[in-house]
Design a protein around this ligand. Structure first.
Ligand SMILES: [Zn+2]
Length: 83
């Protein structure tokens, strides 16, 4: 298994009610990447799988995916102190 699997795109910045064609598969989607690209989450995950050498996105030392398609940084709820 590779390290990074599914992206966490829970934040509402990933949802735009105006559907646009996905940059990967061409089917319309309301989902947006962090950079505002219209892309399904599964298509973004697939792109990450197919581009293992793409530049990585790190947040506080954690690998969250590629710079193009990465997960939301973990929320600071004060309770997650798993250090
Ligand atoms: Zn797609």
């Amino acid at each position: 298994m590779t390290a990074v699997g599914l992206l966490n795109w829970n934040s509402n910045q990933h949802y735009d009610p105006k559907a646009k064609p996905c940059t990967e598969c061409g089917t319309t989607t309301p989902l947006r990447s962090h950079a505002g690209e219209a892309v399904h989450k599964v298509c973004a995950e697939d792109w990450n799988d197919r581009n293992p050498n793409a530049a990585r996105y790190e947040h506080e030392g954690r690998d969250l995916g590629t710079k193009r398609f990465h997960s939301d940084p973990p929320r600071k709820n004060g309770k997650e102190g798993a250090h």
